[in-house]
Design a protein around this ligand. Structure first.
Ligand code: 5GP
Length: 208
């Protein structure tokens, strides 16, 4: 492989389904690699160090921040998360396209430091569906769900700075859209073509 790979960012509220979409794209696109983030949160059941995340101490994370080891970093739900500059660069130099699954604060930092990055925002079809999905997970209690929904209300507005919008109603359709974006055939899902539907969904977030 010769030319430097591209950089993709996928963001969206918790429960939007962005991580499962990202996983499918990673399975289906051979040249695409996942950027494994560093985090100070503890592993959940089934998670493995250096696969889902590099699980590090607060001290180690701070050290990396001070050494400017991160392309971006942010505090999400009380824990720190960051994307290592070195590993992303190494993959891109090898010619791999790299996908970052990060929150909207991170997305903003990447947009500023890497203007060539392609940013994709995943919408739930409505607040109602998002609430149902979070409840169906059964992993979080009521307080956590309420907190996630409140965060979603704020972060969903950040979509306006993303170039592509996926409205994750039908999962298989969304998978094809994400793949089309990464493989550069997804112009129909560009922000300007999705703006009206996205604004309709945002309205549902503020109705009650
Ligand atoms: P979780 O802890 O549930 O895996 O992720 C919580 C949130 O943190 C998700 O929105 C995820 O996209 C985001 N996240 C994961 N890694 C990073 C990262 O390296 N940087 C930033 N800014 N957000 C991240």
């Amino acid at each position: 492989m010769s030319s430097r790979g591209s950089l993709f960012v996928i963001s969206g509220p918790s429960g939007s389904g962005k991580s499962s979409l990202a996983n499918r794209a990673l399975e289906d696109i051979p040249n695409l690699r996942f950027s494994v983030s560093h985090t100070t949160r503890k592993p959940r059941a089934g998670e493995q160090d250096s696969r889902e995340y590099f699980f590090v101490s607060q001290e180690k994370f701070q050290e990396m921040v001070e050494e400017s080891g991160f392309i971006e970093h942010a505090c999400v739900y009380g824990y720190d998360y960051g994307t290592s500059e070195e590993s992303v660069e190494a993959l891109r130099q090898e010619g791999f396209d790299v996908l970052l699954d990060i929150d909207v604060q991170g997305g903003r930092q990447v947009r500023e430091s890497h203007p060539e990055a392609v940013l994709v925002f995943v919408f739930p079809p409505s607040l109602e569906v998002l609430t149902r999905r979070l409840k169906d997970r059964k992993s979080d209690d009521e307080n956590v769900i309420t907190r996630r929904l409140n965060t979603a209300k704020e972060e969903i507005n950040a979509y306006r700075k993303y170039q592509y919008v996926i409205i994750n109603d039908d999962y298989e359709e969304s998978v094809s859209e994400l793949k089309a974006i990464i493989q550069d055939t997804g112009s129909a899902f560009r922000l300007e073509n999705r703006h009206d539907r996205a604004e309709e969904i945002i309205k549902t977030f503020w109705e009650n």
